[in-house]
Design a protein around this ligand. Structure first.
Ligand SMILES: Nc1nc2c(c(=O)[nH]1)N[C@H]1C(S)=C(S)[C@@H](COP(=O)(O)OP(=O)(O)OC[C@H]3O[C@@H](n4cnc5c(=O)[nH]c(N)nc54)[C@H](O)[C@@H]3O)O[C@H]1N2
Ligand SMILES: Nc1nc2c(c(=O)[nH]1)N[C@H]1C(S)=C(S)[C@@H](COP(=O)(O)OP(=O)(O)OC[C@H]3O[C@@H](n4cnc5c(=O)[nH]c(N)nc54)[C@H](O)[C@@H]3O)O[C@H]1N2
Ligand code: SF4
Ligand SMILES: [Mo]
Length: 764
């Protein structure tokens, strides 16, 4: 056993003040000396740190950061250094399972696949392919999503395919599309090296992207440190380092952001020339934010007027700015409307497309960018527009099918609606891959009920017998990271290759091979009677995806497995014009809003109503960015006499989601073995609760009991991490935060609201 640091105690590692270059720091943790190293990247958050997997006698024995990678320069965080232990957990699934007489029994792959294929064919005969739904992930590889996207859209022709990315980064995609015409992050992580100010909204970067945070820590320790504005109702690790921490009431982001924009306009700290030459919609923004005076913002959000003024001064006077948003925005009220206001701050200040300026509408999951790019969520591959007949024809040509085969008569079904269709019985086969909705979806009692519905065949494709798999009718055991080859893309568009290092256990198979097997057995054909899916290896699938992405913003055509091997990850677009990738999009301030190129014709930000193509074309922004304003609306559920407290949920640094991996890595699980209820000293005192006392938290939908953790949170607000399901716990003792959350979603991105609900508490 050797490690370059104990990352459990020392989360971020030693400071090396930033003076213009990144000193080498090759973080490593191995339990034995590897016989060889295999190139990969970390899949335990969206940062996508480059790493090598150490292998000895066919087992993973550790990892080390890749010093030459542009993302992390060798650095790794606690999850990256420890998470791989889950690969060798003794409770990995090794055989397919089918439910018989109420019990899951081991069967052969032949039997399991035959059951899925026979049911699919029967449903298509009786009801059309619309009786089949896919709920996929933000944790597979490009090659897998693309294969899935093609077989779902051009093979089956079902509109019901989305990912858990709906819970994660649907709002990031929506906000980028609305402002700039298509998805795609305008800036880069490297902008943090020089920026004068950083705005983090609802994003606990110190905990959730620990390696990215070390860049900020090193800037703070160096000359010319950036000013840091953090907007979060809790005093997080991130907020602790802030120049200015604004702690608004849950669900009020839009009021705070409108207040900030109002102050920027009032102080005339805006770029009139840029606004005129490169944007549309400014007048309406000015009108909408006008009434959000600091006093009004303070009254509604609890953010003191002088703090708002101070924050606006930072945002208005710094010559460069990096802004990020994450779940405190995306999973809260008016998610897309608020995320778009962050884009608007950059647009009215003209801070985009140049070094030091970045908007990071953050991703969360390691490969959620690719779910969106490949159209395995409610999007079409290559950021194409389902409402644009030319885009549909392009896809049909690529896949050699008739355009009408590809569902596009309405927007693709979003995940919340897919679950609703399962509930009402119109979807009769739900195929779940690499996600654990029995812990991660809101309102778990409802989700368990749906999963157990008699006329719904539930297929779960996972490496572990999760809470969801336990309720499935068919369980397919899969290979995971390290056991299969593929590529994926992080938040700042950096594409990495991850090679297979070891064999999967038992009969577990790569998701890629399962999809190919299904496509073969279903005998999907193109227009000429040839097999629809013309690839059989990940590299061939990558080549097919390159062709599909060519000419679109996420252009991969200049990449190859060979080019991705040996050095650093590479950013898209990578093509003839940008042979080594591009740090910034929109360097010429021409945005992707042309009617024939854009991914959406837009929405009303408050109601979510979709705009008609004719309406968009009549006012074609032709490359100008779109400034869209929105006024504040109150949350769907607010505290009242019965449930007097706000409830919010999120993460801790040591665990990833439902802990299927981090709960099986010894040091991570020991560092955070159980859930907790975080509440303010005032609320604790009022209820006679002391640190560590068991607290019962109850909403209209359920109740859970966990120990109290007091402090670092606004009075009136209760926080729980959502990591703790019951796979390693008493089955009957339901303890997940999502027992309490509500089934509501953003009108535009359709992302569910995990960040507010009304609850009451008592000492248990
Ligand atoms: N350690 C760890 N890292 C992870 C993950 C993990 O599970 N564990 N998951 C990855 C994934 S998939 C994701 S999506 C990201 C998520 O990363 P984050 O978004 O940073 O994580 P959260 O803790 O869900 O939420 C962030 C903050 O939102 C705040 N918040 C709650 N309500 C509001 C509100 O109304 N307004 C504002 N401004 N803030 C609010 C919470 O207090 C919380 O600190 O992390 C990624 N990285
Ligand atoms: N209350 C509350 N709920 C939330 C959130 C919140 O902040 N608060 N955040 C939401 C967000 S942002 C997210 S991203 C979701 C995450 O929620 P989930 O997606 O449910 O979380 P994971 O635990 O990452 O589940 C991934 C599953 O995929 C399996 N897996 C890993 N690799 C592979 C693979 O290669 N192939 C296959 N087939 N399986 C694999 C793992 O074993 C695991 O069971 O939770 C959401 N739910
Ligand atoms: S920051 Fe994210 S990608 Fe990097 S090592 Fe940590 S978990 Fe892995
Ligand atoms: Mo996420």
């Amino acid at each position: 056993m050797s490690e370059t640091r104990n990352a459990i105690q020392d989360i971020w590692g030693p400071r090396t003040p930033y003076h213009g270059t990144w000193p080498l720091r090759e973080d490593e943790r191995v339990t034995a000396t590897p016989d060889h190293w295999v190139q990969s990247a970390c899949v335990l958050c969206s940062n996508g740190c480059g790493l090598d997997i150490g292998v000895k006698h066919g087992r993973i024995v550790g990892v080390r950061g890749r010093a030459n990678d542009r993302v992390n320069h060798g650095r790794l965080g606690p999850k990256g250094l420890h998470g791989w232990e889950a690969n060798h957990s003794p409770d990995r699934l090794t055989k397919p399972l089918i439910r018989r007489n109420g019990q899951l029994e081991e069967v052969s792959w032949e039997e399991a696949m035959r059951l899925i294929v026979e049911r699919s064919q029967e449903l298509i005969r009786q009801h059309t392919a619309s009786a089949i739904g896919f709920y996929t992930s933000g944790q597979l590889f490009i090659e897998e999503y693309y294969t899935l996207g093609v077989l779902g859209k051009a093979g089956l022709g079902t509109p019901h395919m989305d990912g858990n990315t709906r819970l994660c980064t649907a709002t990031a995609g929506a906000a980028l599309k609305i402002s700039f015409g298509t998805d795609g992050q305008p800036g880069s992580y490297n902008d943090l090296n020089t920026t004068e100010a950083v705005l983090l909204v609802g994003h606990n970067m110190a905990s959730q992207q620990t390696v990215l945070w070390t860049r900020i820590l090193d800037r703070l320790a160096g000359p010319n440190p950036p000013q840091l504005v953090v907007i979060d109702p809790r005093r997080t690790y991130t907020a602790e380092k802030a120049t200015l921490h604004l702690a608004p009431r849950a669900g009020t982001n839009l009021a705070v952001l409108n207040g900030l924009i109002n102050l920027l306009i009032e102080a005339d700290q805006i770029d009139h020339e840029f606004i005129k030459a490169h944007t549309v919609g400014f007048a309406e923004l000015r009108q909408t934010v006008e009434k959000w005076t600091p006093e009004r913002v303070e009254h509604l959000t609890g953010v003191p007027a002088d703090k708002l003024l101070a924050a606006a001064r930072i945002l208005g006077t710094s010559k460069t700015l990096v802004s990020t948003a994450l779940q405190g925005v995306y999973q809260s009220m008016q998610a897309t409307a608020a995320a778009v206001q962050i884009n608007n701050i950059h647009l009215i200040r003209g801070l985009i497309g140049t070094p030091g300026n970045a908007i990071l509408q953050m991703n969360g999951q390691p490969t959620s960018q690719n779910t969106r790019e490949c159209g395995a969520d409610g999007d079409l591959p290559g950021f194409r527009n389902w409402d644009n007949p030319d885009h549909m024809e392009e896809l049909a040509r690529l896949w050699n099918v008739h355009p009408d085969k590809i569902p596009h008569w309405a927007p693709p079904t979003h995940a919340m609606q897919i679950w609703r269709y399962c509930e009402t019985g119109s979807i009769k086969l739900l195929w779940i891959q690499a996600t654990n909705p029995a812990v991660s979806m809101p309102e778990l009692a409802r989700i368990r009920r749906i999963l157990q519905q008699k006329d719904l065949l539930v297929v779960v494709q996972d490496a572990f017998l999760t809470e969801t798999a336990k309720l499935a009718d068919v369980v397919l055991p899969t290979a995971i990271w390290g056991e299969k080859t593929g590529t994926f893309t992080n938040t700042d568009r950096t594409v990495h290759i991850s090679y297979q290092a070891i064999n999967p256990p038992g009969e577990a198979r790569a998701d890629f091979d399962i999809f190919l097997d299904y496509a073969r057995r279903m005998d999907f054909r193109d227009k000429d009677g040839q097999p629809l899916i013309k690839w059989s290896t990940p590299e061939e699938a990558f080549e097919a995806w390159k062709a599909c992405s060519k000419g679109r913003p996420c252009d991969y055509s200049g990449l190859s497995y060979e080019k991705l091997t040996g050095g650093s990850g590479i950013q898209w677009p990578c093509n003839e014009q940008h042979p080594d990738g591009a740090e910034h999009l929109y360097t010429d301030h021409q945005f992707n809003t042309h009617a024939d190129y854009c991914e959406t014709y837009g929405y009303d930000l408050v109601t979510g109503a979709e705009k008609q193509p004719e309406e968009y074309k009549a006012n074609d922004p032709k490359g100008k960015a779109i400034i869209l304003a929105a006024d504040y609306e109150p949350p769907h559920e607010e505290p009242d006499a019965e449930y007097p407290l706000w409830f919010t949920t999120g993460r801790v640094v040591y665990h990833f989601h439902t802990r299927t991996k981090t709960g099986r890595a010894r040091a991570l699980q020991e560092a955070a073995p159980a859930g907790f209820v975080q509440l303010s000293a005032e609320d604790a005192a009022r209820h006679g609760i002391a640190e560590g006392d068991l607290v019962t938290v109850e909403s209209r939908r359920g109740k859970v009991t966990e120990p109290a953790r007091i402090g670092d949170i606004e009075p009136g607000l209760v926080f729980m991490p959502f990591h703790y399901g019951y796979w390693d716990h008493d089955e009957h003792d339901k303890r997940a935060a999502n027992e309490l959350t509500l089934t509501e979603w953003d009108p535009i991105s359709k992302q569910p609201h995990f960040k507010y609900a009304a609850v009451r508490i008592r000492k248990a």
